[in-house]
Design a protein around this ligand. Structure first.
Ligand SMILES: Nc1ncnc2c1ncn2[C@@H]1O[C@H](COP(=O)(O)OP(=O)(O)O)[C@@H](O)[C@H]1O
Ligand SMILES: O=C(O)C1=C[C@@H](OP(=O)(O)O)[C@@H](O)[C@H](O)C1
Ligand SMILES: [Mg+2]
Length: 417
């Protein structure tokens, strides 16, 4: 019975999406199997599994424990998939297929290009093998130490000819969400960038490249694509390529935050609470979180310490909230006044502007909306910001229920889920 077991081995698997992905792709049960380093060899010797995925820190360590290694995995020197066929263990590297899919999907070409790869670990080797196979003009590796033929970050920044930039380091990964391994803007000939990090959904690195108008992609599609190839090896039969898109869209809709922006009194809190229930998301109101953090309401902070002090606290609180996924976030009306807030909220979120006419905006309990002229002035200042930062815009000009339904529909439509 035990040899029917499927799953993922690694040291710490708490946050892994692999169980959800595999169980959407196939009908086996997929276990997350945490192993301490000394458990690895006995686990393999026992052979009590049908097939496995392997993650950090065991992708290289499993090599000597296998009977056979697929030539590509051997070339890369890392295995992420093991299949047990009648007691004989064969290792594969489907991360390669995952990166290949990701780049192809986003139209990122490596052939004839100068490709720079940040990091020198297992995924870096996978990307380098792919770049060579695609006929890259040059493959540059970058590491902090600059050992083993890699460039240091300092020297890497001098290379004006880089055309494709790939991040394989954990820089920018949760909870280091502000981390930027390298600024894509340093490279005048850059055509595209990709990041293998998938939490957040769009790293600071990916967002920076997108802001430069370049094609750029985060690692979630790669994760799904490598799982699809692994599932094919597990099952011994092909799965349709469309499965990758289907699972990816669902996973995105599940993980992404739905972020509401709008003028104070436009209905972010009220509509958001209802839309959160419809979307099955955790409702988070940044003003409530500020109250919990500071022990005073936003109105009290503004009255006692002024608006600037409030904005500081608001940014700190938003930075923490924005790191997590699966939430509906109702912001305060002034969140858009700081670009850093919106940059952080974008990492995991889709931004929805729920527009409500100036004359309909609620004003009670809002110190900044006390006199109409002040409110009108803010409306004029902020209206372009809500438009600039939103991915989607909808009107809150009927009932609260209707607005909530519009939020739900727009959010799913955004992901095609
Ligand atoms: N479509 C709507 N119809 C009627 N009242 C609404 C509508 N949208 C919002 N409101 C009301 O406006 C007030 C302000 O809403 P709130 O959610 O607190 O706004 P915000 O969080 O954007 O400041 C609440 O009393 C809410 O019930
Ligand atoms: O617009 C603003 O500057 C503010 C809006 C309020 O939130 P709501 O938009 O939910 O009213 C609250 O964050 C604070 O009073 C400041
Ligand atoms: Mg509110």
């Amino acid at each position: 019975m035990e040899t029917q077991r499927y799953g993922l081995i690694g040291e710490h698997l708490g946050h892994s999406f692999s169980k959800s992905i595999h169980e959407q792709l196939a009908d086996y049960t997929y276990d997350l199997i945490e192993l301490a380093p000394q458990q690895l060899a006995p686990f393999f010797a026992g052979r009590q599994f049908a097939a496995l995925n392997v993650t950090i820190p065991y992708k290289e360590a499993v090599l000597p424990l296998l009977d056979e290694v697929d030539p590509r995995a051997a070339e890369i020197g890392a295995v992420n998939t093991v299949v047990n066929r009648g007691g004989k263990l064969t290792g594969y590297n489907t991360d390669y297929d995952g990166v290949d899919y990701l780049l192809h999907r986003h139209g990122i070409l490596l052939g004839g290009r100068v490709v720079m790869i940040l990091g020198t670990g297992g995924t870096s080797k996978t990307c380098a093998a792919l770049a060579r196979a695609k006929g890259a003009k040059e493959v540059l590796l970058v590491s902090r130490s600059g050992k083993g033929g890699a460039l240091t970050y300092h020297d890497a920044a001098m290379r004006r000819d880089v055309q494709v930039l790939l991040n394989t380091t954990p820089c920018g990964m949760y909870p280091d969400n502000d981390g930027l391994p390298m600024d894509p803007a340093l490279f005048p000939r850059l055509e595209a960038a990709a990041d293998v990090v998938y939490n957040p959904l769009q790293t600071a690195f990916v967002l920076r490249a997108l802001d430069l108008g370049l094609p750029a992609a985060g690692g979630l599609e790669m994760l799904v694509a490598q799982a699809k190839t692994a599932a094919e090896l597990f099952l011994g039969r092909p799965l349709p390529d469309e499965e990758i898109g289907r699972v990816h869209r669902r996973l995105q809709a599940e993980r992404a935050n739905c972020v509401l922006i709008a003028m104070p009194g436009a209905g972010k809190t009220t509509v958001g609470g209802r839309a959160a229930r419809m979307l099955g998301k955790t409702f988070v109101d940044t003003d409530d979180e500020i109250t919990a953090y500071a022990g005073r309401t936003p109105a009290q902070i503004i009255e006692q310490d002024g608006e600037a002090a409030f904005r500081e606290i608001e940014s700190r609180v938003i930075a923490e909230i924005a790191k997590k996924g699966g939430q509906l976030i109702a912001t305060g009306g002034g969140a858009v006044t700081r670009a850093e807030n919106m940059r952080r909220l974008r990492q995991n979120g889709v931004i929805l502007f729920i527009d409500r006419e100036l004359s309909l905006l609620a004003t009670s309990g809002r110190p900044l909306s006390r006199d109409f002229e002040a409110l009108r002035q803010r409306y004029i200042e902020r209206y372009p910001l809500y438009n600039r930062y939103c991915d989607l815009k909808l009107d809150n000009d009927e009932t609260i229920e209707t607005a909530a339904r519009r939020v739900e529909e727009a959010f799913y439509a955004y992901f095609g889920a």
